[in-house]
Write a protein that binds this ligand. Structure first.
Ligand code: NZQ
Ligand code: ZN
Length: 388
């Protein structure tokens, strides 16, 4: 295991009915921006609950953060936040609303020009000043509630880029499993697949003498395999929903990736599929991940065989056979969630996608992705073409 520093200041408040504890966590005297998405919180009662609490606070609202939040929309929130001199953002929603809050939080005090540069120049980690954020998570999936990451799209250039800044950890996040009741099946499936792939990005690399990290990862994968389908079958099962929710947070709060090699190439390629075709984030991962494992097989087979044995109980055959069987089981798992795994399942307009992604990566100098820096543009092309 490598040297590491682990820092995570987010206070997690977990459990059914914990949204009621919101007043305890908001800073006294705060001037709050309530940020939310397209209106699901108005249908499931969360908006009413939050508004009752905010009646005792100075606050303003910004609604309409879209899935895969757009720079163009968020800059309107930045203007509003500056005009109203807000000093706290309460984000109520899924990963998109939470990521949007982080961008707005960084952009409001940003003095050096267009805040889009934070993403293009990848300078998030150097920025210390941000408006503090609290969250009520309504869709377990991304881990954004307990991490410093944000992914923002720009409509005008059809780009989707990310940043991370320690200033963006939420101060608190409320994880109330009751929110799962109103989530459509498609989004629950997305949440399972996204969290699953977050674990794989930090686990499915090469052996690194980190047995505890491996077992953290394997236990999250196993729990998602066990609890995920229960939640899909019955979103009212608060016990399964709570276990699912905690898995998604633990999958990307920084803990399991510490001291071990990380991949993340699936995410980087996947973001391009969302930028180009507006495919749900999790589904882009299900399209890319299996083919990335196939193309990088020589470098990942030891870990694939370990994953085969410990997660899928595959113990027969040679190391290579077990490793390939584990890739097939992963694809079957995505299919069992109702998630298709080929680009052509989502668009018929895929010709030239590999070349377009290669040209974007070349322009950005993203030439050595993955845990070994060997996901070259040639390999990216092969992975994407295999995914058609
Ligand atoms: O907008 P509303 O009306 O709220 O509806 C949302 C949205 O349409 C709906 N929804 C959320 N909670 C609900 C609900 N509907 C009914 N009941 C509820 N309780 O679900 C839809 C999708 O929401 P969204 O926030 O877009 O989904 P998700 O949480 O999957 O977030 C995806 C975004 O997060 C980024 C992705 O790239 C994508 O932009 N990611 C962020 C990461 C991070 N910050 O660490 C890591 C991830 O890898 C990912 O890249
Ligand atoms: Zn993801």
């Amino acid at each position: 295991m490598d040297k590491f520093t682990f820092y995570n200041p987010t206070k997690i408040v977990f459990g059914v009915d914990t949204i009621a504890t919101l007043p305890e966590h908001l800073p006294a005297g705060a001037n709050i921006m309530l940020l939310y998405g397209g209106g699901s919180i108005k249908q499931n009662g969360i908006y009413e609950q939050v508004k009752q609490v905010l009646a005792n606070f100075m606050h303003t609202e910004f609604a309409g953060v879209e899935p895969n939040p757009k720079y163009e929309t968020l800059m309107r929130a930045v203007e509003l936040g500056r005009a109203e001199k807000i000093n706290f953002i309460l984000a109520v929603g899924g990963g998109s609303v939470l990521d949007a809050a982080k961008f707005i939080a960084m952009a409001i005090p940003y003095q050096n020009g267009d805040p889009w540069e934070i993403l293009v120049k990848r300078i998030g980690s150097t920025i210390k000043e941000a408006v503090p954020i609290g969250t009520i998570l309504t869709l377990p999936a991304t881990g954004s509630e307990m991490n410093p990451n944000s992914v923002i799209s720009r409509e005008s250039t059809r780009e989707k880029l990310s940043f991370a800044s320690p200033a963006c950890y939420p101060v608190f996040s409320i994880l109330d499993p009751a929110v799962v009741r109103s989530i459509p099946q498609r989004q629950i499936a997305n949440g399972i697949a996204d969290a699953y792939t977050h674990v794989m990005e930090q686990y499915l690399t090469y052996p690194a003498d980190a047995p505890l990290q491996d077992r953290f990862a394997e236990s999250i994968l196993q729990t998602l395999i066990e609890e995920g389908p229960k939640v899909l079958d019955n979103p009212n099962d608060a016990v399964a929903a709570g276990n699912f929710m905690w898995c998604t947070t633990m999958a990307l709060n920084g803990l399991i990736g510490k001291g071990v090699p990380n991949d993340w190439a699936t995410h980087m390629i996947g973001h391009e599929l969302t930028a180009l075709f507006n495919i749900d984030h999790a589904r882009t991962l299900a399209i890319i991940a299996p083919n990335l494992y196939r193309v990088l097989f020589a470098f990942k087979k030891e870990k694939l065989a370990q994953y085969a044995a410990r997660v899928w109980n595959i113990t027969e055959g040679s190391q290579e056979e077990r490793a390939y069987a584990a890739i097939s089981r992963t694809v079957e798992f995505f299919h069992s969630l109702g998630i298709q795994t080929r680009l052509s399942d989502y668009t018929s307009d895929y010709a030239g996608t590999a070349e377009e992604i290669v040209s974007r990566f070349t322009r950005r100098n993203w030439l050595k992705l993955g845990e070994n820096g060997n996901v070259t543009i040639e390999r990216v092309k092969e992975i994407v073409e295999m995914s058609y």
